[in-house]
Design a protein around this ligand. Structure first.
Ligand code: NAD
Length: 352
């Protein structure tokens, strides 16, 4: 199969971690007989330096025409003095909106060998953690009507959802659950909010099309508590925008490892956006010590979105073997020390 992948390396450690992930993708293509074409484009601080804007039109066009976009990270102190409308982060917001990315997926997985990094007790972790947070990304209170009244003495933001917005994100969650452990937990505050009652009703309607998937509902306050009490009870956690923002950060902290967690954003374009959850880490840029695993796992999520599931599982297995064999970048603690480049090479070798 032939696929066109846009690589937005970005700033800071971005070029190092995306280069490691591309090495793993190249090996995957060889093993499974595919052809991946890599199209390198500019976004973020590097685009400001070259084109004067964080998101050039030609980058948007290339992303829209691609099968998937792999992003490193953007930003850094070099561009901190840029005016707000021309900062690297504007590129990120711009590409999300240009690709209509309404679903943000963030897996939180614990590797048993790295469970020391988790703030949770071993007795809580022993049942395993493998949660996929599905967050609605372009609706809800962050996009509802807002305002200031009484000369600035009163402010309001509006939580607003339409049936169609809930239906499309719920479908993403149920489709994912079908490829996982077939359980969806929908998060809302239906005891208080009307918008949550609509959310719950539409999620139940969508659930009828997925009779194999078990659905339960949790109020967000209870969900936050249950995540640290017994994360093993969750498979897919379906959340409105703000609740998902908070719970996905909580879920990622359970794993204790910022350098290991990927994220994907899917939407109305064929191409989704796949990236690590961490930033551009300017403090360690250019030293070949960044952990590329989150970006490698983001590449696996990209292959899933291209329906290359066997290939995606092969990458995840190769990462698991690399960790089990004791290879560690400095952020991962004690072990057989490797840099970013070498870590990429070892994972690629473990693809087989
Ligand atoms: P950060 O995630 O870049 O770094 C936080 C800490 O984690 C740093 O000590 C860093 O060295 C470490 N770290 C991060 N990724 C690592 C990796 N792969 N391997 C090893 N260590 C890693 O967050 P920050 O310092 O708050 O932000 C730095 C810049 O990144 C800022 O300009 C910020 O705006 C930007 N940022 C970009 C994105 C994005 O592109 N999606 C997300 C968050 C922050």
């Amino acid at each position: 199969m032939e696929k066109r992948i846009v690589v937005l390396a970005g700033d800071g450690i971005g070029p190092e971690i995306t280069s490691a992930a591309v090495e793993v993708l190249k090996k995957t293509a060889v093993k499974f007989g595919h052809k991946f074409d890599f199209d390198y484009r500019y976004m973020g601080g590097c685009a400001i330096d070259k084109f004067g804007v964080p998101l050039p039109e030609e980058t948007v066009a290339a992303c829209k025409a691609s099968d998937g976009v792999l992003l490193g990270a953007v930003g850094g102190p070099k561009w901190d003095s840029q005016p707000a409308e021309n900062r690297p982060e504007k590129g990120l917001l711009g590409i999300r909106s240009a690709l209509g990315l309404y679903a943000n997926l963030r897996p939180a997985v614990i590797y048993p060998e790295l469970s020391d990094a988790s703030p949770l007790k071993p007795s809580v972790l022993e049942k395993g953690v493998d949660v996929m947070v599905v967050r609605e990304l372009i609706g809800g209170i962050y996009f509802g009507r807002r305002g200031l009244e009484d000369d600035g003495k009163t402010a309001y933001d509006t939580e607003i959802y339409s049936e169609s917005e809930v239906r499309r994100i719920a479908k993403v969650a149920f489709d994912l659950a079908m490829t996982r452990r077939k359980k969806v937990t929908s998060v809302d505050k239906a005891n208080v909010l009307l918008s949550s009652r609509l959310w719950r009703r539409v999620v139940e309607e969508v659930a009828k099309d997925y009779p194999e998937v078990a659905l339960n509902h949790l109020y967000v306050d209870n969900a936050a508590m249950q995540l640290v009490k017994d994360p093993s009870q969750f498979d897919v956690l379906l959340c409105p925008n703000m609740f998902g923002d908070i719970l996905s950060d909580e879920a990622s902290q359970i794993t204790g490892s910022i350098g290991l967690l990927p994220s994907s954003s899917l939407g109305t374009c064929r191409a989704g956006l796949f990236e690590p959850i961490h930033g551009s880490a300017p403090d360690i840029a250019g030293q070949d010590i960044a952990n590329p695993i989150a970006t490698v796992l983001a590449a696996a999520m990209m292959l899933d979105n291209m329906n290359l599931h066997e290939e995606a599982r092969a990458i995840e297995k190769a990462v698991g073997k690399t960790i089990a064999d004791g290879w560690r970048t400095p952020d991962m603690g004690e072990g057989k020390r490797v840099g970013c480049k070498e870590m990429g090479r070892i994972i690629a070798k473990n693809i087989g």
